[in-house]
Design a binder for this molecule. Structure first.
Ligand code: PRP
Length: 206
């Protein structure tokens, strides 16, 4: 059976396809997939999902391999093999606030999708904050008065800038990672080893 790879939709998907193509794999069916969430190539079966769901499909063995941001792995701690970093998806975690807005001394409220990372960040600083969980467009929260600041990933910094926010602190750096289902690595070793090795060669070249 073909190996199944779960791929995080969006930015990581685009960057992975460039990487995958540079390794001379067939990407044509993936580029022209339209709105399909499951695509077969000559060698692989691909599924496209949100990052956290990529880890779920890999953890449950539906997908053998997954391509996902390390931020998701740190936040959700899925039971998967975290194989190696990939040469794309570089970003960092930042605490950001509105430009020119006073940072309150007490009773701070922070909006984030990454509530575990946020909790740990403030725990290490010995500061107590209220955390509000949002699923996306977190930059809206300070603008609309829902929160004093946000903890979110920053790649180019454009989203912060265009929404009048500035970085107050940066504290983690990430890249995309290749993850694997624990049993697949043993049961499907013959088919997965060449794929993993070709990815690793691609990483070494970059
Ligand atoms: C992520 C993140 C920021 C943005 C940062 O959002 O949450 O909003 O990217 O990227 P930048 O620094 O290059 O502007 P994403 O596009 O994944 O969508 P989301 O807001 O739904 O999380």
């Amino acid at each position: 059976m073909k190996p199944c790879i779960a791929l995080t939709k969006g930015r990581i998907e685009k960057q992975f396809l460039e990487f995958f193509q540079s390794l001379s794999y067939d990407v044509e069916p993936l580029i022209n997939k339209g709105r399909k969430l499951r695509v077969e190539t000559d060698q692989f079966s691909f599924v496209f999902a949100k990052g956290v769901d990529v880890t779920t499909y890999v953890e449950y063995g539906i997908a053998d391999l997954g391509i996902v941001g390390e931020d998701i792995l740190i936040e959700h701690q899925p039971d998967v093999f975290n194989l190696f970093p990939l040469p794309f998806g570089h970003c960092r975690m930042a605490l950001a606030t509105e430009v020119g807005k006073e940072w309150p001394e007490r009773k701070r409220r922070i909006a984030s999708t990454f509530t575990n990372i946020t909790k740990e960040y403030f725990r290490q600083k010995g500061e107590s904050v209220d955390i509000v969980k949002l699923e996306g467009s977190v930059e809206l929260a300070p603008i609309l008065g829902l929160a004093d600041g946000i903890v979110d990933i920053v790649e180019t910094g454009t989203t912060l800038k265009e929404n009048g926010l500035v970085i107050k602190d940066e504290f983690l750096e990430f890249s995309a990672r290749c993850i694997a289902n624990r049993s697949s690595l043993k049961i499907k070793r013959d088919v997965l080893t060449p794929v993993i090795e070709s990815f690793q060669k691609g990483v070494a070249v970059k």
